[in-house]
Design a binder for this molecule. Structure first.
Ligand code: HEM
Length: 422
């Protein structure tokens, strides 16, 4: 790794085909990076913290590849893993070698691991979760209101006070995770995803999470509750129940994938509306629905920026180039959402007037399409109107240029969102 004509290249070389685009782990300039990827696409060479890979940047190619059975999630198919060039010292290893769960297997095994979870998230089942979401939303808004009454001059960080606790509480309640564990889980995931965390610390965090979830599965095996983790333990998929490791993997995948993405959706929607007041007016006047806001935000600011990773089990031709057997392929969902061929020449513009449904791929496509899509849409469709109803004078407390991303390579995660509520 790291040798050859591009070694040490710190900047993007859009479209050159020679030097990879270096994906910035500190997320210093997401807009510029997305533009570089789009120019170099539909299939671009990237450097992922020292590991060469391909990324897909257009809607059409992503749709094709996300249903191509020659691309799999199994890390043992990765040439760099097999050769030992990538090992546990690579900072992104925890996101690729994530244990056995629906996220990391394919084919028949994937269906077996996923079916029960998907059944728990059908629209009918989600309707039963809605009152919980409304209750948590109301409680968080009450707390913000009380704080604002005490200290009217103080800006409120909408991330820590609202957008963050809501999805974490919802996914923990769905999976039967003790609410007392939420602050600890939050701290662990902050460290896990931050690219500033030293790798030995991250490995310790992964171990702590694994042990925590294994203990939860053990406890629930002894006394099952009315939650999805217990349902996964008791499931008998054609006489082949999930093993304790598989239940733990699915539980981890659900909590990890089910909170920060929805935080981002809510925060990016608020930021977009506050910086496009004429569009906020249309929504508040009832001329455009909240569904349009949510779908346009998902397209424009995909919460998942780079989805790691799939591996080619044979040579695959993609838009005139060839992904060789064993090479890694990333889905750059943020660039895919800005694809002009799919969304028009104004794809970079946030516009809630685009016709619904907005055909974006923010939840993926094919067998691994997000099973939590309906839940996150439901959370946003409760949280956003409730927030703007409670605080009609909501405004940003800092210039939008001061709102930064966290150093999270895979997600479009904001550091904070300081607002004034009156
Ligand atoms: C705005 C919110 C969300 C976004 C943008 C999002 C995005 C995605 C994407 C792009 C994938 C596909 C990954 C791939 O290409 O393989 C995915 C998969 C997944 N998501 Fe979400 N997600 C969101 C919310 C949630 C929620 C709320 C949950 C759980 C309650 C969840 C659980 C999962 C799981 C378990 C997978 C793996 C599915 C599989 O591999 O079969 N996600 N998500």
């Amino acid at each position: 790794m790291g040798s050859g004509p591009c070694a040490g290249s710190a900047s993007a070389a859009p479209g050159s085909g020679e030097c990879p685009i270096v994906i910035d782990p500190l997320v210093g300039g997401l807009a510029e990076e997305t533009e570089a990827l789009r120019t170099a696409g539909p299939l671009a060479r990237i450097d992922l913290m020292g590991a060469p890979a391909w990324t897909v940047t257009t809607h059409a190619e992503a749709r094709k590849l996300l249903t191509d059975t020659r691309l799999v999630k199994d890390i043992s198919r990765w040439n760099l893993w097999r050769s030992g060039e990538i090992d546990e010292s690579w900072p992104l290893i925890g996101m690729v070698d994530a244990g056995r769960s629906m996220f990391t297997v394919d084919g028949v095994e994937h269906r077996r691991l996923r079916v029960k979870t998907a059944q728990a998230l059908t629209p009918r089942r989600l309707a039963g979760i809605r009152p919980d979401i409304e209750r948590i939303t109301g409680r968080l808004l009450d707390a913000i209101e009380a704080r604002a009454a005490e200290a009217p001059e103080e800006p409120v960080d909408l991330k820590s006070a609202f957008a963050q606790p809501l999805p974490m509480s919802v996914v923990c309640s769905l999976m039967g995770v003790d609410p007392a564990l939420e602050p600890r889980l939050h701290r662990l995931y902050e460290a896990f995803f931050s690219m500033l965390t030293p790798q030995d610390e991250r490995l310790a965090v992964i171990q702590e999470l694994d042990e925590l979830y294994a203990e939860m599965v053990r406890e629930k095996s002894l006394s099952p509750g009315d939650d999805l983790t217990s349902a996964l333990i008791l499931a008998d998929e054609g006489g082949e129940p999930l093993t304790a490791e598989e239940v733990r993997g699915n539980l981890e995948a659900m909590v990890a994938a089910g909170h920060e993405t929805t935080v981002t959706l809510i925060l990016c929607a608020v930021r977009a509306l506050l910086t496009h007041p004429e569009q906020l007016r249309l929504v508040l006047d009832g001329e455009v629905g909240w569904e349009a806001v949510i779908e346009e935000t998902l397209r424009w600011e995909s919460p998942s920026t780079h989805l790691l990773m799939r591996f080619a089990t044979s040579d695959i031709e993609v838009a005139g180039a060839v992904v060789r057997e064993g090479e890694g392929v990333v889905m750059s969902y943020r660039a895919i959402g800005r694809d002009r061929a799919q969304h028009g020449q104004d794809a970079d513009r946030f516009d809630v007037r685009r016709p619904v449904p907005v055909r974006h791929l923010a939840f993926g496509h094919g067998p691994h399409i997000c099973p939590g899509a309906g839940l996150s849409r439901l959370e946003a469709s409760v949280a956003l109107p409730a927030l703007f109803e409670r605080f009609p004078g909501l405004s940003l407390a800092v210039p939008v240029t001061e709102i930064r991303n966290r150093p999270v390579l895979t997600q479009n995660e904001l550091e904070s969102l300081p607002v004034r509520v009156r």
